[in-house]
Structure formats: C-alpha cells, structure tokens
Design a protein around this ligand. Structure first.
Ligand SMILES: NC(=O)c1ccc[n+]([C@@H]2O[C@H](COP(=O)([O-])OP(=O)(O)OC[C@H]3O[C@@H](n4cnc5c(N)ncnc54)[C@H](O)[C@@H]3O)[C@@H](O)[C@H]2O)c1
Ligand SMILES: O=P(O)(O)OC[C@@H](O)[C@@H](O)[C@H](O)[C@H](O)CO
Length: 397
C-alpha cells in the first residue's frame, strides 16, 4: 500500500473481489464503518481504476433513490506479493471475500502465504469472512487455506485467525456499465450481513454498521438461501421458460409468481419446522422478498440470477436444500419439484453449467439426469414429481 493513501494507523479491511457485491455492499459498508478498504481483484482494469479514483459511487435504486460516494479505497492485483504484504499488515483487521465459491480455492494459497507472514511479524489476531452464497462458505475457504499452510502453523492459525461463516444479503445486479464511471454500482436499499460470532478470534473493530453477530448462523443462512435465493433462482428458471429477461418482469407474470410463492411457502414450512421461526413473521419475510424481486430499477438479468444451475442444484443449496428439508418432515414439495425441473431447462449458451445440464439430459434422458443430479431415486415420489414437472414445462415452451 503506498504511504500516501492510508493514514498509517487506520484499520484496514482487505477484500477479495471488487465486483458487484464487493463494491456495492461489503467494501462500501467497511469503508463507511471506518476501514481503509483494499480490494484485491484479478481484473487489471478494475484495479487500475480503483487506484486512479480511490473512490466510486453506490447508487441506491429503490423507491427512494440516492447516491453514496465511497472513499479511501485502493486495490491490488490478486495472487500477488502485494496481497501477502497487505494481509500481513498489523493494521489489517479483517479479510473478506466475494469472488464466487469456485474461486475460493484460487485465492487460498495467497491467504496461506499472508498468514505465515502475519505470524512472522507478530500481527494481532484477526478474522476472515467469506461472503459467498453458500452454507459454510468460510469453512470451505479455511479448508483450502489450510491445505496450503504448512502444518506447523495450523495451531497458531486456529488461535489467531477467526474463519467465520456468514449470511450476506443485498441484490446487486451489475451490468449497468457506465464507460465514464466503470466503478459505479447500482444496488437495492435492503442489506443484511450476519456473522457467526463464536468463530471470531478478535472483536470486529471498528464495529461494522448493521452487522449482526449471532450464535445461530444456521438459521439465518438457511432462511436467506432457501427463501431469497430459492425464490430468485425459481423466478429466473421459470421466467426464462416464459420468455422474460429480467427478474421484475418474470415475477410480474402470474404463472411464474404462483409457483415461486408456492415454492417459498413449501420451503418456509420446512424452515419454520427446523428453526422454530414464527409462522406469521416468516410469511412476512417471504412477502418482503417477493417485493424486492419486483423492483424495476434493478433490471436484474435472469442469466445472472440463474447462472451455474449445477452449483444451484447442490444438495445443500437453494433448491435441493429446502426440498430435502421438507421431505424430512413429510411436507409438500410440489412447487419446489416444479422449480427444480425448470433448472434442467435453463438454456443459456454461454453458461457452461447450463450447457452441461442440457447435454446430460440429451445424453442419458431426463429420468437418469434427475436421479443423478438430485439424488432422488427413480420410483420415489420426489423423482416422479421433478420428471413430470420437466415434461409439463417442456411441453409449454
Ligand atoms: N450480486 C449479488 O446480488 C450478491 C449478493 C450476495 C452474495 N453474492 C455472492 O457474492 C459473490 C460475488 O458475486 P458478485 O455478484 O459480486 O460477482 P462479480 O462477478 O460481480 O464479482 C466477482 C469479482 O471477483 C473477481 N475475481 C475473480 N477471480 C478472482 C481472484 N482469483 N481473486 C480476486 N478476485 C477475483 C472478479 O474479477 C470480480 O470482480 C458470489 O459468491 C455471489 O453469490 C452476490
Ligand atoms: O450469486 P448466486 O449465483 O449464488 O445467486 C444469484 C442471486 O440469487 C444472488 O446473487 C442474489 O442477488 C443475492 O444473494 C442477494 O442477496
């Protein structure tokens, strides 16, 4: 970090991934909370722009529109020695990521090097929080980091580095590139960041505005992933089949909205049962989420929201996670099965996972593809419902 940028004693936050959520939520909130934010990204143009401007705008695109200027930021090229240096800086209090779950393994070696350097210079304990849409995302990052960290440092890291899972929620669609101001980002007003407190190894200091620290992260992350992200993916897959291009247009289609709401009521019944949420409050949570999808100013593309359908069909992810949970309590899954079926029909040529899924169905047939991807055995009720849903949706295409 050049000496002329950060005041020497200012707390530092090192954030991997200067993309939509990095600039539009996590980096912005950390900067607002008094951290000097250093972004680390592979995109040289973004790194250069951040180092040229040291600021960017966050445009809140909601009923009330307003703009915030985020200042005192800089950037370093990911996987470089600069990242190791900044990670090891004694003033660095927190490392966050928003790179996508598949990228976590790529940044792990640099983090491992940074931790060894941190130990060498006797930097104080600090925390790492991965802000990816996945259950246990920071633990997954930790596993990758520990593979690159020589064993002699593991006990030190256990004591000095908190790897805390979290739930992160703000819709940041991206894709509104303004050539003159490429760093500016449009966001919705709502945001929520919930971090697993017992995993921290140092206080969050400075306090991050609105950050919730909890002992019960499972409830938060499952509620968010199995409601917001489940409904979002459902809107993308069903909307795509109905010829829509954005989330607000898709959710305005009564046929899409009916199944999305039905799916969220099914996942909601399972969540209420698992985590003891109040039924009425959960119904209001669903309503608020569907209202967020209706925001026309976000213009959120279905390709972004539905991207990587194979990841989204992960056993603990937004579609199968609530479906397995509902089955555990013998609760209905008819709408969820229809939504899962729609994922198999998400036909987006430049999305590798979409192509892979479509090809799998062509190669082995829908019955085997569904069995393989969902784990539902042929002949079971859930398998039959997904396959029937697939045929019905396909016939209406
Ligand atoms: N956009 C949202 O609404 C939203 C909300 C909550 C959570 N998330 C999660 O945040 C993560 C990022 O999503 P996004 O929408 O910001 O994506 P994005 O593509 O806009 O941003 C990802 C950034 O990571 C950078 N990157 C890629 N490889 C890297 C590497 N090796 N080192 C450093 N940076 C690297 C990319 O260049 C890009 O700038 C995902 O896991 C997503 O699920 C997104
Ligand atoms: O980022 P993904 O691909 O896991 O999911 C796509 C969207 O549902 C997601 O980015 C939401 O916008 C976000 O999770 C809102 O908090």
């Amino acid at each position: 970090m050049p000496d002329d940028v950060a005041p020497p004693n200012k707390p530092i936050a090192l954030h991997f991934g200067a993309g939509n959520i990095g600039r539009g939520f996590i980096g912005a909130l950390l900067a607002d909370s008094g951290y000097h934010v250093i972004f680390s990204d592979v995109n040289q143009a973004v790194v250069d722009a951040l180092n040229h401007e040291h600021a960017y705008r966050v445009d809140v695109l909601d009923q009330q529109e307003f703009t915030k200027t985020i200042k005192d930021v800089e950037a370093v090229k990911s996987e470089s020695q600069d990242v190791v240096r900044d990670l090891a800086h004694p003033n660095t209090r927190i490392v966050t990521t928003a790179v996508g779950v598949t990228i976590l393994q790529k940044i792990a070696p640099t983090i491992a090097n940074g931790l060894q350097e941190r130990r060498r210079v006797s930097a104080p304990p600090f925390n790492v929080v991965a802000c990816e849409n996945m259950v246990n995302q920071t633990e997954i990052l930790k596993d990758h980091v520990y593979k690159h960290l020589p064993e002699e440092h593991h006990a030190w890291a256990d004591e000095h580095v908190g790897f805390a899972n979290c739930s992160v929620d703000r819709i940041v669609p991206g894709g509104r590139l303004d050539e003159e101001h490429p760093l500016d980002v449009g966001v919705e007003a709502f945001f929520e960041w919930v971090v697993h407190k017992p995993a921290l190894r140092a206080p969050i200091d400075p306090v991050v505005q609105s950050m919730v620290l909890t002992d019960k992260l499972d409830a938060y992350i499952e509620r968010k992933l199995f409601t917001l992200n489940c409904g979002h993916a459902a809107t993308a897959y069903l909307g795509h089949l109905r010829g829509h291009h954005t989330i607000d247009r898709a959710i305005a289609d009564p046929e899409v909205a009916r199944i999305v709401r039905g799916g969220l009521e099914e996942s909601g019944a399972a969540l209420v049962r698992r985590h003891g949420f109040n039924k009425e409050e959960h119904a209001q949570y669903i309503d608020r989420i569907i209202d967020r999808f209706k925001n026309p100013k976000l213009s959120d593309r279905l390709e972004r929201v539905g991207k990587q359908p194979v990841r989204k069909l992960g056993r603990q992810d937004r579609l199968l996670g609530p479906t397995y949970m509902a089955r555990e309590y013998e609760l209905p899954i008819d709408n969820l099965a229809r939504i899962i079926a729609a994922a198999f029909l998400f036909d987006v040529k430049d999305d590798e996972e979409s192509v892979q899924l479509i090809e799998k169905v062509q190669k082995v047939g829908v019955e085997d593809a569904v069995a393989e991807m969902t784990g539902f055995k042929t002949g079971t009720d859930e398998h039959r419902k997904v396959v029937e849903g697939y045929h019905q949706l396909q016939s209406k295409k």
